[in-house]
Design a protein around this ligand. Sequence first.
Ligand code: NAD
Length: 354
Amino acid sequence: MTAFWTEPDFDEHEMVHFVHDRASGLTAIIAVHSSHLGPGAGGTRFWHYPNPKDGLRDALRLSRGMSYKNAMAGLPMGGGKAVILADKAKTKTPEMLAAFGDAVEALGGRYVTAEDVGMSEADMVALASRTAHVSGLPADGEDAAGGDPGPFTAIGIYHGIKAAVRHKLGKDSVADVHVAVQGTGSVGGGVARLLAKDGAKLTLADIHADRAEALAAELGGKAVDADAIMSVACDVFSPNALGAILDEEGIARLDTPIVAGGANNQLARAHHGQLLFERGILFAPDYVINAGGIISVATEYLARRDGTPGDINEVRKRLAQIPGRLEEIWQESDVSKTSPDVVADRMAQKLIGR
Ligand code: NAD
């Protein structure tokens, strides 16, 4: 493996920690990008990387993303992320989780973990038997913060879509606003349900077509092929599946004035934000609109650290700040004629002292 400081994604990360446990077969990378605002917080990704270097890149890129996301969410947390390099069959054993929990604990709270792709709430419970620096655990009752971050991410995106509709279309409600949702999993499905309650018109797509069809039948929307969703003429395109979908080809296909959704790293390359801007499409920077999950996870962690149950109202309060932050970005973008992704990056960098 090459030295991480020669990696293009290396951005003065404060710590890149390699973990190998021969007995369990665990290999993991824990990266802390910035602890300027607090402990490096971000989930653990459990993934098979045919080339382990891609795991390192993910850890570097995603931990920097968490620094920006946590800062823009107003959380007293820095940015961190871990990847567990799984084998081809994605074998996950209790021994591996125990070894990973020990590695997180050994960092003494410099890194705080939670769910990400391939890691469940049950996995967090397993980690909690080895480390205190884990969140996304089951909530202790209805008024307590905690549990699966997906629904909280969906609520933040729903608020963000309403803000975008207000800013771009001058409408105070999403009733009859046509939203095309890409991906109907935990986040996309939640967004669609919240929008349906307000009377939005929905077009849904998922590579598991049966998922989109079932949700469309439940909510009274229309399901289309996964290949077709980016070309649907709509008021809002909401990407909630994969990253890097906004490249030259993807942007050329869009027939919408707004892109606002939860998928991480939607812009394939930095200049694609400018391309959207030139086309007059309002973009909600992903790490700002999709911060609901980390807001829940961080609120839960901070409360537990102080020996109190996390308050769900504190989570709601922080979620309700997402539209205001987006509006601030869009206003600055309008004034400075700079794309919203660049405006958001500058704001985040300032907050983390870079
Ligand atoms: P999920 O696995 O529950 O759902 C993703 C859905 O997208 C699945 O139903 C999958 O079949 C579908 N999909 C995959 N590729 C597709 C394609 N090309 N076209 C259409 N559908 C496709 O995952 P999730 O938790 O809902 O996360 C969705 C996105 O949001 C991811 O990019 C994730 O990184 C991001 N995100 C999630 C959270 C969270 O709290 N869960 C927080 C922040 C960001």
